[in-house]
Design a protein around this ligand. Structure first.
Ligand SMILES: [Zn+2]
Ligand SMILES: [Zn+2]
Length: 287
């Protein structure tokens, strides 16, 4: 398993390749994201009803699901960086990452979970010695005490925002690694189906000049509707749909479509970041 430092090294290298304008755009998106999350967490902590619903939801989740939620959260954060490195136009052409999307109640749960983990790491006795009925007040006080830290995102240096971002990614990575140890997430080396949402979003195009579908070796006739993958290769719909049920790669160039396997997607974004940053041994986040 790659250690936390290699993930941080990749992020640092990736950030260092960004031109100043892109870096400042990224910093702005990150501060906005942090502020939005802080508001969400504050609402959960201010409302006894919402808090108990969220805590109840969290309790109902298995360890596997909790780990999956943090992994999705991590993936979302990494995609933010990746999109900003590829520029707006390339980002718009990037296929959807269905595995990074999250319902509001899951977002609340993951924010609460991360806060509980943070407090537990900070002082494990504090939570143990407080009855769960008092947790909301405890967490609320903890967040209020740190409000100065958060409010500084308003006008503080890009460097601080980015440090906070790297720290958050590192923290989530280590939770995912610890919680998924021996789990069923991220079996490397086996074929995995492309995410259904990504397949549904594939465009249908009319063949302008005859060619060949490499899956069935038959001709693609002019005027016929075929499926075009984001890499530009096209195939008969029936052929590619059958193919993508077992694999997520283009039969011609091995371009990868997103999968529903969150850990695999995290690895992939780390690999992409390492490649774009260049020269960094990306390795694997969770081999
Ligand atoms: Zn075919
Ligand atoms: Zn291709």
């Amino acid at each position: 398993m790659a250690n936390q430092t290699s993930g941080e090294a990749i992020l640092m290298a990736a950030l260092s390749t960004l031109p100043p304008a892109q870096l400042s755009d990224l910093t702005n998106s990150i501060s906005t994201l942090f502020r939005r999350r802080h508001c969400r967490l504050s609402s959960v902590l201010s409302s006894p009803t919402l808090f108990s619903l969220t805590l109840h939801h969290l309790h109902s989740l298995s360890l596997h699901h909790k780990s999956l939620l943090i992994a999705r959260h991590l993936l979302y954060n990494l995609i933010l960086l990746k999109n900003s490195m590829q520029g707006a136009s390339a980002a718009a052409a990037t296929p959807l990452y269905p595995s990074a999307s999250m319902k509001l109640r899951d977002l609340d749960a993951v924010l609460l979970l991360l806060l509980l983990c943070e407090i537990h790491q900070h002082d494990s006795r504090e939570l143990l010695e407080t009855p769960p009925s008092q947790w909301r007040i405890l967490l609320h006080n903890h967040v209020s005490a740190n409000i100065l830290n958060l409010s500084r995102f308003g006008g503080f240096s890009a460097c601080e925002v980015l440090n906070e971002y790297i720290e958050m990614v590192a923290k989530c990575s280590s939770f995912v690694n610890v919680m998924a140890c021996g789990g069923e997430l991220g079996k490397a080396g086996t074929g995995v189906a492309a995410a259904a949402a990504a397949v549904v979003a594939l465009p249908s195009v009319a063949v302008s000049a005859g060619g060949e579908c490499v899956i069935c070796k038959e001709e693609t006739k002019e005027g016929r509707e075929v499926c075009e993958l984001p890499c530009g290769h096209y195939f008969h719909w029936m052929c590619i749909l059958r193919w993508l049920r077992k694999r997520n790669t283009c039969p011609c160039c091995r371009y990868r479509l997103p999968t529903d396997d969150v850990r695999r997607e995290i690895d992939r974004v780390f690999e992409d970041l390492a490649r774009i940053a260049g020269g960094v041994d990306g390795g694997c986040f969770c081999t």
